[in-house]
Design a protein around this ligand. Structure first.
Ligand code: AMP
Length: 417
């Protein structure tokens, strides 16, 4: 028996309602903020991600689904979207025209992580990327969008953490300070963090290892070493967000350990999802377009995990979506009426009504039970004696009232009740 790959999930019709709702909220808010939808291929050349995410990141070093195709090209299923969006922006020459573009996306992503609640191998993200401006309002805008989408989903137990990484020069200076702070504590670090000390020292702040956490408690923070412009940028972002009612908290250890990140970083976590608390993360990446071979174009964006958002909604019990219903169920009283009933059903479907019928030769009683289960507003019983007169019996499932109606006026009668 072949089963779905570990860490992947089927989304059945019974569960699709909440997905559609989340997607409709994402689309509505993206439209209000004038972000255009972008869809990029599900796989890309591996080099895009190793350059676009960073060789030392967990994603590139151990989580990508990479394979060599029949022509010998190394292909990777996309583990995140920013690199793909930036690739598309450059490929369509928007960088050369210095174009300002605002994109949103909804897409599956692939990472070979250890599956657990809120962590899958195929999962789904929505997100936004705004390219072509370093304006602080844009940093605030993307954070506000993420927050508004989560609020519109009904979520309450949210924390919005924000930090600034400044520009590479001040960050390089700070890395030296951090390195010297850690030099006499090196032996006490976890093996992973010992490695990060050389490759990506900021990421030691992300460690969940108790030894590292204890050591890093007294570490100096990057935010104390920001240059004046970055500090002013950060103050402006914070002011806009506070004025817009976003309950931000500055988190000086929120670092995105990659060199092309600049200025703002942020993360929204939920207290309602167990151990994998991050719903959404993002920030400014002014050096990425250039790193991927384009012109010097700034960018800012975020990515949000849809499974985790829906899990938080379930745990907070905030999604009260109406269940699915149909307008009409057609019950066949006479088993020989299949063709006539199918014709009538198609006619009504063509008029925009959602209509179901029996395909399994079931008894009238079983068909009525099915109509109930599908929450049909009305049932049409066809094939009794009245059929000779060109009529059928229409029953309202709300009050049980029955009337004989002419088949030629069906759609009008059903619509008007
Ligand atoms: P990242 O691209 O790593 O910054 O992740 C952005 C968001 O995607 C996270 O905050 C999570 O909500 C979600 N996410 C990341 N990895 C996974 C995963 N393996 N399974 C489910 N959701 C994920």
């Amino acid at each position: 028996m072949i089963k779905a790959i570990k860490g992947t999930k089927d989304i059945l019709p019974e569960n699709i309602g909440k997905w559609n709702f989340l997607e409709s909220v994402v689309k509505k808010i993206s439209l209000e903020f004038h972000y255009g939808e972008i869809r990029t291929p599900i796989f890309e050349e591996t080099g895009l991600f190793s350059r676009g995410i960073g060789e030392s990141s967990d994603i590139v070093s151990k989580e990508m689904y990479t394979f060599v195709d029949r022509s010998g090209t190394s292909i990777t299923l996309k583990p995140e979207m920013t690199a793909s969006v930036v690739r598309a922006y450059i490929e369509h020459s928007f960088d050369k025209q210095q174009s300002f573009k605002k994109y949103f996306y909804i897409s599956p992503m692939f990472r070979q992580e250890r599956p657990q609640a809120g962590r899958l191998r195929q999962f789904h993200q929505f997100g936004v990327e705004a390219l072509g401006s370093n304006n602080f309002t844009l940093d605030a805008e993307v954070i506000l969008m993420a927050y508004l989408i989560l609020k519109e989903m009904g979520l309450n137990n949210l924390s919005v953490k924000i930090n600034s990484l400044g520009v590479p020069e001040s960050r390089e200076n700070y890395k030296k300070i951090l390195r010297s702070f850690l030099s006499d504590k090196f032996d006490g670090l976890s093996d992973d963090s010992k490695r990060r000390y050389d490759t990506n020292i900021l990421r030691i702040f992300d460690s969940k290892d108790e030894r590292d956490i204890q050591i890093m408690e007294n570490a100096p923070h990057l935010i104390e070493y920001l240059d004046d412009d970055s500090l002013e940028h950060f103050e402006n972002v914070k002011q806009i967000l506070l004025k817009a009612g976003v309950p931000i908290e500055v988190d000086p250890i929120l670092v995105r350990g990659l060199d092309y990140y600049t200025n703002t970083t942020f993360e929204i976590t939920s207290g309602s999802v167990g151990t994998q608390t991050a719903l959404c993360g993002g920030g400014r990446y002014n050096l990425l377009v250039k790193q991927l071979g384009g012109k010097d174009i700034p960018g800012v964006g975020f990515a949000a995990g849809m499974e985790r958002i829906l899990l938080a909604c379930e745990n907070e019990n905030v999604l009260n979506l109406p269940g699915s219903t149909i307008d009409l169920y057609v019950v066949s009283i006479n088993k020989n009426f299949g063709k006539e009933i199918f014709e009538i059903v198609c006619l009504l479907r063509g008029k925009g009504l959602s209509v179901e019928m029996d395909y399994q030769n079931r008894s009238v009683k079983a068909q009525m039970r099915e109509a109930n289960r599908l929450k049909a507003s009305k049932v049409l019983m066809i094939g009794g004696d009245e059929y000779e007169r060109g009529t059928a019996i229409l029953k309202s499932m709300e009050d049980g009232e029955q009337k004989e109606i002419s088949l030629s006026k069906l759609d009008k009668i059903i619509r008007e009740g």
